[in-house]
Design a protein. Sequence first.
Length: 305
Amino acid sequence: MPSHGLTSLTIGVPDVEETERYYTDFGLTPLGGGRLATLDGGEQLRLTYAPTRRLIELRVGVDDPDDLDRVERGLRGLDLATERATGSVSAVEPVTGVRATVEIAPRTVQEARPAPVYNGPGRIDRQGSRADGVLRDGRVRPRKLGHAVLGSTDQEATQRFFTEGLGFKVSDLVADRAAFLRCSTDHHNLLVQRAPVAFLHHTSWQVDDVDEVGRGAMQMLEEHPERHVWGMGRHHVGSNFFWYLRDPAGNFSEYYSDMDCIVDDQLWEPGVWEGMKSLYNWGPPPPPSFLKPEDLAALMTDAHQ
Ligand SMILES: [Fe+2]
């Protein structure tokens, strides 16, 4: 695999301090100046001023200069201007205006976390003790940045930028609508979906397990019920448990756990999904504001000005 993961995102928001407080509540570690870190991935989120919310830059980690050469060739093959620096190559995706930078970066090494012990029918694996998930009381802390979801007015062109340009692989498709793309062994690191305007739909952050998804969202909602968007549920495509919340700028942020991993490309068969399966396997029905964020009309007006 030429790339090994998303290294960081830069998101433009109207109020950096307020949004920084939200992501601190979300469990990221503030480093100052709108920069925030995950436990395992280090600095993975940068917030900067923009008059309306938008994804400004997405950075992808690779191992060595050969990978950069390959990306540069891919982007040139799409007739795009590239900027090469020591250790990185960068280009702007023409439809969404998002800058993609591929950089030589160390791989995120995650210490294996032991699976919680569950009881089941005919299987008493946990005897005489309460479940680990109910004994936890600390703040939930995301392990790493998992994925971003980007709306594009030309889904196919944006998809081509990431696949043919940057070398992302297609894990699954939603017919005529969206593509789940990966640049690591995670099922998806980027989802490109058809939209009436280019916008950032959500970012997603890995936590230890399903209990941490639930606990994290409950902590976020305790004093801010207005942050709730959609959850708890389990996606069908990618299999991950999810709970979505809304940041003060209007971007959704997701806690997830237990996503499918594709370690051997030969063993994965991409599917084409439709209807409910393309959205989720179980959970409460998705609210209309998840499918069509409330500020979409305002974002479209801004885009036309
Ligand atoms: Fe997601």
